[in-house]
Design a protein around this ligand. Structure first.
Ligand SMILES: C[S@@+](CC[C@H](N)C(=O)[O-])C[C@H]1O[C@@H](n2cnc3c(N)ncnc32)[C@H](O)[C@@H]1O
Length: 265
């Protein structure tokens, strides 16, 4: 089990959809449309299928999708939500990139995934994609920026500790966390890809209060684990934040970046 529960993924999906950079989505769709049809897209770390729901409507009819995750519960939820018409589901641990179902794949997609990976993990995976000259659309990588509209004196320390925790091992080696996009860009350029990066910021207001609350609560354990702030300080900060999520100036922005890498040849 990955520990990513379907409820969290459902809460973030509408905000992810709005955050995705539209130019990169257009360029992704143009690339797939330009392949000999039907093209095949592989979504890795698919969760319940959010990437498919966001992008499949932009692609030619008949495009084949493969959805891959190592969490059987999330894969089962994806299959239940999407059905299996034109979609294959693959249970696979990406720590073993060698076994990925890459045959005939034009481009790999991933959302909210690469910031979980270590440099070594990403390099290995990108190396395999480069061998096959497969493109990559890696969206919604957390970039370390969280800004609330109503400031609290502990915000900067909470975010710094949260970001420190984002660099710990999430099952794929010590995670790149907020440095993921820069790392991917550098490696992919070295492997002969044209790479474009664009911000994909979550803009959370009172309408997205449930996501905001889940996000705030999800920060507490990582920050406690880092241990630089006292539990009472974190408790006081959380109470302040929760008191305003549905009110005036209670929202926040959470920074992410999208990346599209297309093989030069
Ligand atoms: C933050 S979730 C994103 C899910 C989905 N892409 C979305 O945007 O809703 C990260 C996903 O990566 C998957 N994952 C994490 N480590 C993995 C691994 N070693 N092999 C395959 N999938 C993995 C998790 O199970 C989870 O579905």
């Amino acid at each position: 089990m990955s520990g990513f529960d379907a409820k969290w993924l459902r809460l973030r999906e509408p905000v992810d959809v709005l955050a995705r950079d539209p130019v990169l989505v257009d360029n992704f769709a143009r690339f797939v449309t330009g392949q000999s049809l039907p093209a095949t897209v592989l979504d890795i770390g698919c969760g319940t299928g959010s990437t498919y729901r966001s992008l499949s409507g932009r692609l030619p009819e008949g495009t084949v999708w493969r959805l891959l995750d190592y969490d059987p519960a999330l894969l089962a939820a994806a299959e239940k939500l999407l059905g299996s018409d034109g979609i294959g589901f693959f249970r696979h641990d990406l720590n073993q990139p060698a076994g990925m179902p890459l045959e005939g794949v034009s481009i790999v997609t991933a959302s909210a995934f690469f910031d979980l990976g270590s440099a070594a993990f990403c390099d290995r995976l990108l190396g395999v994609l480069a061998e096959h000259r497969i493109g990559l659309y890696a969206a919604l990588n957390y970039d370390g920026r969280v800004e609330w509209h109503r400031p609290h004196p502990l915000d900067a320390r909470v975010v710094a500790d949260f970001n420190r925790h984002q660099r710990t091992d999430k099952g794929l080696g010590p995670a790149l966390g907020p440095t993921a996009t820069d790392h991917l860009k550098g490696v992919l350029e070295g492997l002969g890809y044209d790479v474009v990066v664009a911000p994909s910021v979550w803009r959370i207001s009172a309408q997205e209060a449930d996501l905001h609350i889940a996000f705030l609560r999800g920060m507490v354990d990582p920050v406690l684990e880092v241990g630089a702030l006292q539990p009472e300080e974190i408790g006081e900060w959380l109470a302040f934040r929760l008191a305003y999520v549905r009110g005036d100036r209670g929202g926040c922005e959470v920074g992410h970046h999208d990346l599209l890498a297309l093989p030069r040849d």
